[in-house]
Design a protein around this ligand. Structure first.
Ligand code: ATP
Ligand code: MG
Length: 588
């Protein structure tokens, strides 16, 4: 697989530029100009309900629903491609609908391929009667052996020349349950020497005694994807059937089926490159393994690239849509860096998330000259640039918590935060100076004794003296104790799909992908925050409420994303370096 391709993405500041049409939108615009579909644009999003949707599906959702939304007569259906009963489940159906809605889209019509089973059967009969499909008794292994290779043509099945009457009789009996699973299939009669292997008499129907989550035990034969998909598209009047590149070879069969039955219309299949994202996997087959082996806590684990996992992590739908917009659609496979997704999340939350204070690793600070037992309330804005978010009253007292990493007893030269004798600003409050370090019997620092300057209320010194650091803090007697979960990439490797011999993708799981902090201290305004509430803990990142303990009321937070912009760094490293022989210019 390709390395992350950072160049194909527009840079964050390209936004104002006019968006040019991607190749799919260009095709559609041309079709509209020529009146090919009478000005109609009908797309569909066709997930198989065999797992939860992931960020790759979000790309397809944004594309299909997005295109429909851009046209006056545009429609987009949601269709469950449920032709494989053994792997599918209503739990997945429900989650998919929830995720599409959460992404901000609504479908025009809701369909299930299984609703078309009767009609699909009739189309198969039509092919049989026309001598274009036959019942084949070869075993799956024999069919494979007869297929040939890329270099060698295949061999005709000995059952290929059955008469339409015989085929019809056998197909009806397949449906009636007269034959064992796997003993016969219905195949299209195309060309066993076709250069495209998919066209070598592909299977259209197989016998499978499996309970279907919608049709129950009604059907004993199930249509294959290639037969179902094109006909479902046609019956729904789809104009542009957008799918991912791995279906490029299947397009010939898509067209063959529609050309050889009396189909209501012939949609155009268009393929685009699927999304690959660094440090994760985007395949339901792999994601289901993570869930089933208990390597994550279910499909909605905040480390999962599933839409429900990202939602729980605090990724807003606006950010996912922006991300999909930025990566665009191409005809070439590439890998997108996770840092771009995180950039989009940060960009949106920066606009909307209130700023509050939370201390992840608390260190107690006692203000020795603050009147004992007293406290005061500071009126602080919730957002630096959006006054409409209002203010909250923040209590300050003589006992505080600061971040443990904001203090060093023996700091290096460039450490500007708190250390013995050093003065710093407490955000929105006062300047404090560290006077004394208290340690326990093991030598661990357990408390700092500081003094504050009452004249610096609000965070500025009237005498104009400066401090080099501003720390976040919470008042100890007012603080709420919270659990905070910090996340890192789920995989240590950039591309966990690219496994070394003898290894499995699960061998690359990052052991530090989840860190749970049980004794964090957050400001009291967060006491009533409910699940889904999003905020920035100043200096520590964006967080969202995961859950609230019904007994204790304790709030658990997920860190959505840190404040570090790795994407900017990547962008910078991609820019051309200035030439080196310009010393003279510099001297001027
Ligand atoms: P997976 O490989 O994860 O199982 P899939 O292609 O089998 O994915 P479907 O449920 O069939 O999953 O996908 C529904 C739609 O989403 C299809 O049109 C498919 O092409 C598209 N899709 C799936 N994965 C991606 C991806 N990574 N990027 C873009 N589109 C995707
Ligand atoms: Mg699929």
């Amino acid at each position: 697989m390709a390395k992350p391709d950072h160049t194909q993405n527009t840079s964050p500041d390209d936004e104002s530029k006019e968006k040019s049409l991607d190749f799919i939108r260009t095709i559609i615009a041309k079709d509209n100009e020529s009146g090919k579909h009478g000005g109609k644009v009908a797309t569909r999003f066709p997930p198989e309900p065999n797992g939860y949707l992931h960020i790759g599906h979000a790309k397809s959702i944004c594309l299909n629903f997005g295109i429909a939304g851009e046209h006056e007569k545009g429609t987009c259906n949601l269709r469950f491609d449920d032709t494989n009963p053994t792997k599918e489940d209503v739990e997945y159906v429900d989650s998919i609908m929830e995720d599409v809605r959460w992404m901000g889209f609504g479908w025009n019509e809701l369909h299930y391929a299984s609703d078309y089973f009767e009609k699909l059967y009739e189309f198969a009969v039509e092919l049989i009667k026309a001598g274009k499909a036959y019942v084949c008794d070869l075993s799956p292994e024999e069919i494979r052996a007869y297929r040939g290779t890329l270099k060698e043509p295949g061999k005709n099945s000995p059952y290929r020349d059955r008469t339409p009457e015989e085929n019809l009789d056998l197909f009806q009996r397949m449906r009636a349950g007269e034959f064992e699973d796997g003993s016969r299939v219905l195949r299209a009669k195309i060309d066993m020497a076709a250069p495209n292997l998919i066209m070598r008499d592909p299977t259209l129907y197989r016998i499978r005694r499996a309970h279907h989550h919608r049709t129950g035990d009604k059907w004993l034969i199930y249509p294959m994807y290639d037969f179902t998909h094109c006909l479902s598209d046609s019956m729904e009047g789809i104009t542009h059937s957008i799918c991912t590149l791995e279906f490029e070879n299947n397009r010939a069969l898509y067209d063959w089926v529609l050309d050889n039955v009396n189909a209501p219309c012939h949609p155009q299949q268009i393929e685009f490159a699927r999304l690959n994202l660094s440090h994760t996997v985007l395949s339901k087959r792999k994601l289901i393994q993570l869930v089933e082996k208990g390597l994550v806590n279910g499909w909605s684990d905040p480390r999962m690239p599933t839409i429900s996992g990202l939602r729980r992590r605090g990724y807003p739908p606006e950010a996912l849509r922006n991300f999909c917009d930025r990566i665009g659609v191409a005809k070439r496979d590439s890998m997108v860096d996770m840092a771009l997704l995180e950039f989009c999340v940060r960009e949106h939350l920066n606009e909307v998330a209130p700023r509050v204070m939370g201390v992840l690793n608390p260190l107690k600070v006692v203000i020795t000259n603050y009147p004992e037992g007293q406290s005061e309330e500071l009126d602080c804005p919730l957002h630096p640039t959006d006054p409409s978010q209002g203010n909250r009253m923040l209590p300050f007292s003589g006992e505080l918590y600061i971040e443990r990493e904001d203090f060093m007893e023996d700091p290096p030269k460039k450490f500007f935060r708190l250390s013995p004798g050093k003065e710093v600003r407490l955000r929105y409050a006062y300047f404090i100076t560290c006077q004394e370090v208290i340690k326990d019997e093991n030598g661990e620092i357990v408390e700092l004794r500081c003094t504050y300057d009452p004249a610096t209320k609000g965070g500025d010194a009237p005498d104009g003296r400066k401090v080099k650091a501003t720390l976040h803090w919470v008042s100890a007697p007012h603080a709420c104790t919270s659990e905070v979960r910090l996340y890192e990439h789920l995989f240590t490797e950039e591309n966990p799909n690219d496994v070394e011999e003898g290894k499995d993708f699960t061998d690359y799981i990052n052991p530090d992908s989840l860190k749970v902090l049980k004794d964090c201290k957050v400001e009291p305004s967060l006491a009533n925050a409910g699940p889904g509430y999003q905020c920035q803990f100043e200096r520590m990142g964006y967080f969202c409420v995961d859950s609230v303990d019904p007994d204790t009321g304790m709030v658990t937070f997920n860190r959505t994303v840190t404040l570090r912009d790795q994407w900017a760094k990547i962008q910078k490293s991609q820019q051309p370096q200035p030439k080196k022989n310009n010393k003279q210019k510099k001297k001027k």
